[in-house]
Design a binder for this molecule. Sequence first.
Ligand code: NDP
Length: 315
Amino acid sequence: MSTDAGPAVIILPALNAAVKAGLAGRCRLMELEAADIRNLPTGVVEAVRAVVCVGSFDRADMDRLPNLELIASFGVGYDGIDIRHATARGIVVTNTPDVVTEEVADAAIGLLINCVRGFTKAETWLRAGHWEQEKSYPLSTLTLRGRSVGIFGLGRIGKAIARRVEAFGLPVAYHNRRAVDDVSYRYCPSLIELARSVDTLIAVVPGGASTDGVIGAEVFKALGDRGVFINVGRGTTVDEEALIAALGGGTIAAAGLDVFAREPVVSPALLALANVTVLPHIAAATVDTRAAVSQLVVDNVMQWFEERCALSPVV
Ligand code: NDP
């Protein structure tokens, strides 16, 4: 699909209709799979000035487009884009932070409470007719009360989660590579130290080399047998084999996961466990927030072409 007017922009088919509609008529949109970029004829590759993608765009494909100025990514995570290489080539990369922050924080808290109190299981029990037969549902063995919460990744979303945790009356600690100036939460200089000092760990760090598999057996052991682990960041940050072993062997009590190592495939061994709550990467997935993300993608592209100034560049 291609429209004629404006600067040439490649849009990956995975992008939603709102982004396509927002750019249609204002850009010469080329809806292409990454593989098709490799077959673009001379004359067309030189015309492409922007790419709209979802979190990843291959470095080799970047280099096939000599006049690429902008990669506008849909979503917050951009671990599949080589930022250093883009910067070296003078290509601006944008993502869509802030507009998802509160939504993802809400989801993290929902996941935590459901994980601890087992509402999904209780509802399934009621719907199956057990209430009338058995009279009362078993007491929850876990509670939010008395917990202390560690946040791994106290960035925009991490801070929004921390504010909610505070409102629940629970103490908050965190680990980032650098301590944050404008908060009074307890800072831990390492992830393992954070895990040792709390019983509830919420991970909301980006993916990428610096976080790949860092949440592993040692962290789960440190969290302890009352431990609850929540992940709304990236599945790649977790050693899933170690998590499965920790849940299965009682090293930790429960986990709540919105993200997985090999989405959309989820390990059958993980799904076989009763003490894990799983969601299909929906922390930001509401109609309103999706519309705000789509609009920010469109605004980044148009503002770049009209004013040479993107609204939310990555660096
Ligand atoms: P921010 O960039 O605002 O925050 C990221 C935080 O992680 C920073 O505080 C950073 O601190 C910390 N961090 C990064 N790398 C490391 C590291 N190697 N070790 C320790 N801390 C680290 O991002 P957001 O809060 O807006 O988003 C966070 C992530 O959430 C996104 O990258 C995305 O992957 C995920 N996400 C998931 C969604 C979902 O649907 N489940 C939706 C939206 C986002 P410092 O640099 O000091 O280390």
